[in-house]
Design a protein around this ligand. Sequence first.
Ligand SMILES: CC(C)(COP(=O)(O)OP(=O)(O)OC[C@H]1O[C@@H](n2cnc3c(N)ncnc32)[C@H](O)[C@@H]1OP(=O)(O)O)[C@@H](O)C(=O)NCCC(=O)NCCS
Length: 179
Amino acid sequence: MDEIVYRILQKGDSSIYRKLLLEALLTEPDSYASSHMEESAKGELGFEKLLKAGDKNQIAYGAFKGNDLIALVCLGKEDRIKTSHRAELSSLFVQPAYRNLDIGYELVKRIIEYGFAQFPELESIRLNVIQRNLEARNLYYKLGFVIYGFEKEYLKTEKGYQDMVLMRLDKSTFKSLKA
Ligand SMILES: CC(C)(COP(=O)(O)OP(=O)(O)OC[C@H]1O[C@@H](n2cnc3c(N)ncnc32)[C@H](O)[C@@H]1OP(=O)(O)O)[C@@H](O)C(=O)NCCC(=O)NCCS
């Protein structure tokens, strides 16, 4: 079996990024606020556009098996002066065949390490996760994320309302966990 290779996606990776993100929205509709129907109708996804433009504050990290992109996560650092100490983690997805192999954990760990190293002003990373998504919540806990808020009825889907958990990881916590 090929080794899993982790690397930052570049401008030229925008089509494989698009393909995997649309697969994530199609196969895991309950895990994301965006929907496959809306996003697939767009010529370019928001992050895809930023990736193509080479925006340094927007990072997508991928896990590859051979030439295939099998997992993905994104980090967007705020660029306004007063919020530039914050970044948002999003779009985490591991293809079902590759789950429970530590790939999600390794990918998120790598993008966090990269983010804190790349942006000295970055102090904390935030994310939103559906309350029922225990797999993802456990993964984030394992990396040191803590809950700082809760939003009831954040999403309204065919299954009813979904509550959202807001989590954050501070640079000092991440460093002390790694030490
Ligand atoms: C959540 C997801 C990314 C996990 O990826 P993964 O590669 O299978 O996870 P890992 O093997 O790296 O596991 C890391 C940790 O996550 C947690 N975890 C992963 N799968 C789990 C499961 N089925 N049940 C409970 N916890 C789980 C555990 O804490 C695990 O650590 P452990 O093995 O020491 O117990 C994957 O299930 C996925 O893509 N889900 C659909 C999309 C999604 O929910 N994205 C998150 C949106 S916020």
